[in-house]
Design a protein around this ligand. Structure first.
Ligand SMILES: *[C@@H]1O[C@H](CO)[C@@H](O)[C@H](O)[C@H]1NC(C)=O
Ligand SMILES: *[C@@H]1O[C@H](CO)[C@@H](O)[C@H](O)[C@H]1NC(C)=O
Ligand SMILES: *[C@@H]1O[C@H](CO)[C@@H](O)[C@H](O)[C@H]1NC(C)=O
Ligand SMILES: *[C@@H]1O[C@H](CO)[C@@H](O)[C@H](O)[C@H]1NC(C)=O
Length: 427
């Protein structure tokens, strides 16, 4: 790892009765009295610490590009839980805000020379999509300072807010599960490491940077496996579709709209091309279904009564054909063929980076499985480790105004991560 000594921050140990100290708000009656609260509704012993951590995470805005506050919060919280925490700064322009990946491993007594080697990496992301939406219970906004007695809440209570699902639900459940596994001695301390990255929602800059630092680390370090936290509805994902961004460019000839034969309309040919792309068979597979095209942006022309000289459309293509390495190219080729049939002169296709379907290991007893249609950081972590993808909440609400999940979803995910991590460590 390329971690400067300035980024290696070891805060002094706090004597802590473990999970009770997860919260940043330990001045509040909630956090200091939690051990004494008798549980109703069969709330698990970690209910309050889990929900307090999740609430604190959701309440810290961390839209991609401005994740520093939530990274510093996690540093403090993991240090209190006896992890050694390092902040990995991303390179940046002087004027842009600081960004850190958070890397941690259990124990504070010594720093191993290769703290990640041969370990199972438990990872998720700390950035969220805009806009910030505050924490709410059953759609009632709860100010950050208001004490809450989580033990009295029904498990079907809906927790909402930006990031509550994607992916702060995973972050809170992962930390809680690992702390419980370590405390009960169910996994060796040197078997796992934690990584919370920035920038997953916009191209995976954080994971790519971590991945490259791992590739170049001296002495070399290789991961045994990686468990990625993203909303999978509590099911183990067998993989997800690939993604490629593409731009269709149409070139025409301007002229008076009353005499269309004198020019060539770029907008008209673009619309025909897009129509064919939407209907075309661009590649499918049994596991991932059909490749789909989203026409996200269309622009072109200058006025209603002028034949458009130029037009373009920006597409997000969800790739179901080929494999991780070949899929984007296979689908790009098919798209070119379709556009060529419409108008080989006027239409061109630019395919930006991308990747094909990403496989994950999903053969673990006791888990339902699923396949996801969204992109993740899984392909951004290079190496020959085995990847797993699991987390609470549904992607269907993840980027919407109604992003939310229930208390039960979060608690089930803690149990799910405990089983999954133990399985992967012992595999
Ligand atoms: C942290 O480690 C110290 C020393 O090993 C121990 O006394 C303390 O209970 C631990 N705290 C937590 C939260 O595990
Ligand atoms: C939380 O609720 C439980 C169960 O109703 C109650 O016994 C406990 O006193 C409450 N705690 C606080 C801090 O209000
Ligand atoms: C939220 O709504 C659910 C479902 O209607 C209900 O069971 C639960 O008690 C409610 N919780 C709160 C805190 O209002
Ligand atoms: C894939 O597309 C075909 C038509 O091209 C359609 O019949 C089929 O239902 C689609 N499959 C899925 C999983 O959407």
């Amino acid at each position: 790892m390329r971690l400067g000594s300035h980024s290696l921050r070891l805060l002094s140990a706090l004597s802590a009765s473990a999970l009770a100290y997860l919260s940043s708000n330990d001045q509040q009656p909630l956090a200091s009295s939690l051990d004494a609260i008798p549980s109703r509704e069969d709330a698990p012993s970690y209910r309050v610490s889990l929900l307090t951590l999740h609430r604190d995470l959701v309440n810290i805005p961390s839209i991609s590009g401005s994740e520093a506050d939530v990274a510093l919060f996690l540093e403090k919280c993991l240090t209190r839980l006896n992890f050694t925490v390092t902040l990995q700064p991303l390179p940046r322009h002087v004027s842009s805000p600081a960004r850190f990946n958070v890397i941690a491993w259990p124990g504070r007594d010594h720093i191993p020379p290769t703290p990640l080697h041969n370990r199972v990496l438990i990872t998720s992301h700390i950035d969220v999509v805009p806009p910030f939406l505050p924490y709410a219970l059953n759609s009632t906004h709860i100010p950050p300072s208001q004490p809450l007695n989580f033990t009295t809440l029904h498990p079907s209570t809906l927790i909402s807010g930006r990031g509550s699902v994607d992916a702060k639900g995973s972050v809170a459940a992962q930390i809680t599960a690992i702390t419980l596994l370590l405390q009960s001695g169910s996994i060796p301390r040197d078997s796992i490491a934690l990584l919370f990255v920035v920038g997953e929602e916009v191209g995976g800059k954080g994971m790519k940077y971590f991945s490259s630092s791992l590739q170049h680390s001296s002495p070399p370090q290789k991961l045994k496996a990686a468990v990625f936290g993203e909303p999978t509805e509590g099911k183990l994902a067998c993989g997800h579709k690939g993604i490629a961004s593409a731009t269709v460019v149409a070139t025409g000839k301007a002229g008076h709209s009353g005499y269309p034969w004198l020019g060539k309309s770029a907008t008209a040919v673009l619309v025909r091309g897009l129509g064919r792309l939407l209907d075309a068979e661009l590649g499918s597979s049994e596991r991932y279904g059909n490749t789909t095209v989203n026409v996200g942006v269309i622009e072109g022309g200058v006025a209603a009564n002028v034949i458009a000289k130029e037009a373009r459309a920006r597409l997000a293509v969800r790739v179901a054909a080929g494999d991780r390495r070949t899929g984007a190219e296979i689908v790009g080729e098919r798209m070119r063929r379709v556009l060529k049939e419409v108008d080989s002169e006027a239409l061109t296709l630019e395919v930006g980076g991308g990747y094909g379907p990403v496989e994950c290991e999903c053969d673990v007893d006791g888990f339902e499985t699923m396949v996801a249609n969204y992109g993740t950081d899984v392909p951004n972590l290079e190496g020959d480790h085995v990847s797993y993808l699991y987390g609470p909440g549904s992607i269907l609400v993840a980027h919407g105004d109604d992003e939310g999940l229930t208390i039960k979803d979060l608690e089930d995910a803690v149990e799910g991560y405990k089983r999954l991590i133990k399985h992967v460590v012992e595999a």
